[in-house]
Design a protein around this ligand. Structure first.
Ligand code: 5AD
Ligand code: SF4
Length: 430
């Protein structure tokens, strides 16, 4: 992720060439990472491959040999955005200096990130959120990516203190979808043009390595979609098997990068194991997603700043940030919800620091406030996840109470109302 190392970006003619390119380069030992294609390199394929500059010519010959079609290989320039300060005289000088550092493409320190998140004066908040929006435009353009999610099991072997799916919650009606139902749901999404499916569940060992591999293969065979897994911690050999079977992306949140806060919320998790698992995902070549919950007990801006630095250090490519929402029948049920403004500041700062990444405006934002998701899109987010869980099961996937349901229709309307662009792959007759 570092801006000091020179990198080149390979822009392919379409998703299948990009995926093939990624695979063959990786096989030949070239360290690759995937990023949303910055606007200035074209928008034919929304994801592109980044390689170290010194391996450019070997990469080119591999791609030629394997007949991978690409539009071009360009030097990846650090992203710079001018005039982020909006000529506002009401921001303090120390805040203004940090924004100037961002304008000139420099990296921020932990303290500086913390200062941005601690902004409370309305002028500073406005500058920060609009800076996130302008960096978003520069880094990933105006398209809002649409992903389809299927929440295929609400069984969980763990007892995270904030989450309604926790094992000890016996008031929840539990369900599991069959592999066939899961594949059918993915096929259904594909009909609307959706090109990435997110398979999400609690940590449910019923779905063994073999069963998951079967589901992944079948979805790939029938739809060719990109596959994102969000099924919690798994041993490395299983992650490797899923990757070989065709899984492309994996979401595994750190929830809080601060060890104390993490431990307070996760009675049966080990911080180091979680970090190891995230590293495993990176090493196995997943486009790796992580992120945190805003408003966990004891959490302050300095802890959230740690989250941002963690995501940067780990080279996270998808950042899911959402406010804490109290869930019935959990130890945290009477805690106050997370703050929407702080969540929006986190989205903006994540965009300003990580730049070229996918950031969803999360369902938790939509649940907290009617305009939460819209404001997320206007503060740096560029993805919406649409819920395709079968109607009769949706209400049982109650990770927190009164969870909003995002349909394709609401997502399309939201994107249009913010004057952003629908993705080219979406078929508009919804
Ligand atoms: N509030 C907000 N987010 C939550 N999650 C789980 N419970 C809550 C809650 N009460 C999020 C976690 C988890 C994802 C499945 O849902 O970040 O990774
Ligand atoms: Fe299970 Fe994930 Fe909820 Fe924890 S956050 S209880 S692992 S579903």
């Amino acid at each position: 992720m570092s801006e000091h190392i020179s990198e080149h970006i390979i822009v392919c003619s379409n998703t299948s060439h990009m995926l093939k390119g990624e695979k063959v380069l990786r096989k030949e030992g070239i360290p690759v990472r995937l990023i949303p294609t910055p606007k200035k390199y074209g928008q034919l394929c929304t994801t592109s491959i980044v390689i170290p500059t010194e391996l450019k010519s070997s990469a080119e010959s591999i791609l030629r040999k394997e007949k991978v079609k690409y539009i071009g290989i360009y030097k990846l320039e650090p992203l710079r955005v001018d005039n982020l300060l909006l000529n506002d005289n009401n921001v303090k000088e120390d805040f203004a200096n940090i924004i100037r550092k961002i304008e000139s493409g420099q990296d921020l320190t932990l303290k500086e990130v913390e200062r941005l998140l601690a902004a409370e004066n309305p002028a500073e908040v406005e500058v920060l959120l609009s800076a996130g929006d302008r960096m978003r435009k520069k880094a990933v353009g105006d398209v809002v990516e649409i992903r389809g999610i299927v929440e295929f099991s609400n069984y969980c072997r763990k007892n995270c203190n904030y989450c309604g799916l926790r094992k000890a919650n016996n008031s929840l009606k539990r369900y599991r979808m069959t592999p066939r139902e899961i594949v059918e749901t993915a096929v259904e999404m594909r009909k609307f043009g959706i090109s990435t499916v997110i398979l999400q569940s609690g940590e449910d060992p019923w779905y063994t390595e073999e069963i998951m591999v079967g589901i992944i293969r079948e979805i790939k065979r029938q739809t060719g979609m990109r596959i994102t897994l969000s099924i919690g911690e798994r041993p490395r050999w299983e992650l490797e098997a899923f990757r070989k079977a065709g899984a492309n992306n994996y979401l595994l949140k750190i929830e809080s990068a601060n060890r104390k806060i993490f431990e307070l919320a996760h009675p049966d998790d080990d911080y180091d194991v979680r970090v190891r698992n995230i590293k495993d995902l990176k090493e196995l070549g997943y486009l790796t997603g992580s992120g945190s919950i805003v408003g966990l007990p004891g959490q302050r801006p300095e802890h959230l700043a740690e989250d941002i630095m963690f995501l940067k250090e780990m080279g996270i490519g998808m950042v899911g940030i959402g406010p804490f929402i109290p869930a019935r029948n959990t130890p945290f049920e009477n805690m106050p919800p997370g703050d929407l403004l702080m969540s929006l500041k986190m989205v903006a700062v994540a965009r300003l620091v990580l730049k070229n990444v996918f950031i969803p405006s999360t369902t938790a934002m939509a649940t907290l406030s009617p305009d939460g998701q819209r404001r997320g899109l206007l503060s740096g987010a560029n993805v919406i996840m649409v819920n395709f869980t079968p109607q009769n099961l949706k209400k049982s996937y109650e990770i927190y109470s009164n969870k909003a349901v995002i349909t394709l229709k609401t997502a399309v309307e939201l994107i249009k109302s913010t004057e952003r662009k629908l993705p080219p792959y979406i078929k508009e007759k919804v």
